[in-house]
Design a protein around this ligand. Structure first.
Ligand code: MD3
Ligand code: FE
Length: 216
């Protein structure tokens, strides 16, 4: 007779709870690897990676692009989502089916079976690139989780709490790992320190991170 714990517990032993509302699904993207990398090539042929400028005037070390109905951008006027790529003047490439399938497959066991992202921010880290501690708060409805997918070189991921000064925990995120950030963890501060040099056998000398969002 299954008890309540069996029903609520994650079915997969590769699942870790990082914080309340934050689940790490180790290797969950591995079955999608080939399709994801092929789709990524299609996206970046239409909307190439670029280094955006922050409102403070700094050029980001992480290169970015997007797919979906909306994409996250930053320039001297601020951070926001836009339906068009400012570099091409055209809509962002459509969200590939394999991207959406993976996001839904990850969000479901985390308790968000109805999550349908309309935006995917794609980050490219080359050795030395970093993302300083920040919150993701440009999305309209924080009831939607964020699903993140790591590909390529491993990175240390830091996440703290609701206040910038809260103590941070560190996790190694590796090729194929997927994380779901919802509930109280949705607005936690997080960042990625400088990527260490290396070469990944299928992705090369970089780390790619996909973050699926309900933006609009
Ligand atoms: C926790 N990206 O794109 S993914 C970002 O590895 C971003 O490229 C990092 O932070 C990266 O905004 C981290 C993990 C992640 C993404 C969004 C979160 C963790 C999160 C939102 C809220 C809490
Ligand atoms: Fe973030």
């Amino acid at each position: 007779m299954p008890d309540l714990f069996d029903i609520l517990a994650p079915a997969d032993p590769a699942t870790e709870i990082m914080a309340e509302g934050a689940m790490l699904l180790r290797g969950a993207a591995l079955p999608f690897e080939k399709d994801l990398l092929a789709a990524l090539g299609q996206i970046t042929s239409q909307s190439p990676f670029r280094h955006m400028v922050t409102p403070g005037g700094f050029t980001m070390s992480v290169a970015m692009t997007n797919c979906g109905t909306a994409g996250w951008i930053t320039d001297r006027t601020g951070y926001r989502y836009d339906r068009n790529d400012p570099e091409t003047g055209r809509p962002w490439p459509a969200m590939p089916e394999c991207f959406l399938d993976l996001a839904v497959e990850a969000a479901t066991p985390a308790g968000y079976p109805d999550f349908r992202p309309d935006a995917c921010l794609i980050n490219r880290y080359e050795p030395g690139a970093r993302l300083s501690l920040h919150q993701d708060r440009n999305e309209r409805d924080f009831a939607n989780p964020i699903v993140s997918v790591s590909l390529g070189l491993p990175a240390t991921f830091q996440f703290g709490g609701l206040k910038r000064n809260d103590p941070v925990k560190k996790y190694a995120l590796r090729h194929g790992d997927v994380a779901v950030w919802g509930g109280p963890s949705r607005l936690f501060y997080h960042g990625v320190p400088e990527l260490k040099d290396g070469v990944h056998e299928t992705v090369g000398r970089m780390r790619i991170n996909l973050t699926f969002r309900g933006a609009l």
